[in-house]
Design a protein around this ligand. Structure first.
Ligand code: WQD
Length: 320
């Protein structure tokens, strides 16, 4: 089977490409290199540089490479940026998906793994978020992912395009240092950046109703995220469709837990400055992971130390 991975030169996409290749799949990468890097595409893997919005380019890639299914990861993914520029997010993430699905329908490609997000849930007030928890996204980013899920549901019914949605929780780490996240938009790289500058890490709010007062998240290793895509792609090949899965570990870590592990891994003092809450942050968001475990046999294997350790190796490679 041949899978087109959109966003395959990005942080998550490059891991997914490797996971599919290791499983014996044929892979084609489509990426506009707006945030990805061509150096992340493995040698001998066909690479098409361009946007999912370019229908002619995508249609050509689907037929030329006889693509059987698409893992759609290409998207904008910063919550704050989506608040400042909602049109950008609706264009790239929603129109981008419309264009991609047009091309899939026309080319007879009938399998899609869709990269969705825990941002679809907004501010859940449950201990463990399962896939039936009410969706109430707080940002154009989260909305764009939820709209994507809705659109795919209709395309499944109308055109027979099979789909599995994967809602990622907090992705971290790297399979190898070269594949590390180059963005400094999430807790772990933001802490590394502060430490590197000789400054204290910041904790956004110490008065949340959580055991240590800091926000709790479900951090999941990008290699596990990649593995979930491989499993989902194989399930689609076997006829699965229509399900939405959380991808997390089902385990909560507070900001202070993460700082403690960063201190252990880096040997640096991670005593933080506790500053004001960041608007829109839920106190706690942790996945219920039973559905994907029972439905697809997938379980995340890496712990927080493995995530921080591998993220730190990548950071040091890029910031010697
Ligand atoms: C984690 C925790 C911060 C930096 C976002 C998106 C989500 C998903 C993943 C794409 C929070 C705290 C952070 C710092 C801190 N993206 N923090 N000091 O906000 O949970 O999730 O990325 O799908 O949709 O919303 O991730 O890494 O920004 O923050 O205290 O310097 O760390 O307040 O509690 P978040 P994050």
């Amino acid at each position: 089977m041949t899978w087109l991975v959109t966003g395959g030169a990005g942080y998550i996409g490059a891991h997914v490409v490797r996971s599919l290749l290791a499983d014996g799949a044929e892979v084609v990468v489509l990426d506009d290199l707006s945030t990805g890097a061509a150096s992340r595409v493995p040698p001998r893997t066909p690479f098409v540089q361009g946007s999912v919005l370019d229908r002619r380019l995508v249609a050509g890639a689907l037929t030329e490479h006889r693509v059987d299914g698409v893992v759609h990861i290409a998207a904008k993914k910063q919550v704050g940026e989506s608040m400042a520029d909602p049109l950008l997010y609706y264009r790239e993430n929603v129109e981008g998906l419309v264009a991609l699905l047009d091309s899939c329908r026309d080319a007879g490609v009938d399998k899609v793994v869709f990269s969705s997000s825990a941002a679809t849930y907004g501010l859940p007030d449950v201990d463990l978020v399962d896939e039936e928890t009410r969706t109430a996204p707080l940002s154009p980013y989260g909305e764009s992912k939820l709209v994507g899920e809705w659109l795919l549901r209709h395309c499944e019914r109308a055109y027979g395009i099979r789909v599995l949605n994967l809602r990622y929780f907090n992705v971290a780490g790297a399979a190898t240092p070269e594949l590390g996240d180059v963005g400094v938009f999430n807790l772990i790289p933001m802490v590394f950046e502060r430490l590197q500058a000789g400054r204290r890490p910041r904790v956004f709010g110490g008065d949340y109703p959580t055991p240590d007062g800091t926000c709790v998240r479900d951090y999941v290793h990008v290699a596990d995220i990649a593995d979930a895509h491989r499993v989902a792609a194989r399930a689609l090949e076997s006829g699965a469709t229509g399900a939405t899965y959380n991808i997390g570990r089902g385990e909560g870590s507070s900001v202070l837990d993460v700082l403690r592990v960063i201190g252990e891994v880096t040997g640096r003092d991670t005593t933080p400055d506790v500053v004001d809450r960041r608007p829109g942050d839920p106190a706690r968001i942790v996945a219920d992971v039973r559905r994907i475990r029972e439905g697809l046999g997938f379980t995340a294997r890496h712990d927080l130390t493995a995530m921080v350790d591998s993220a730190w190796a990548g950071w040091q490679l890029r910031h010697p």
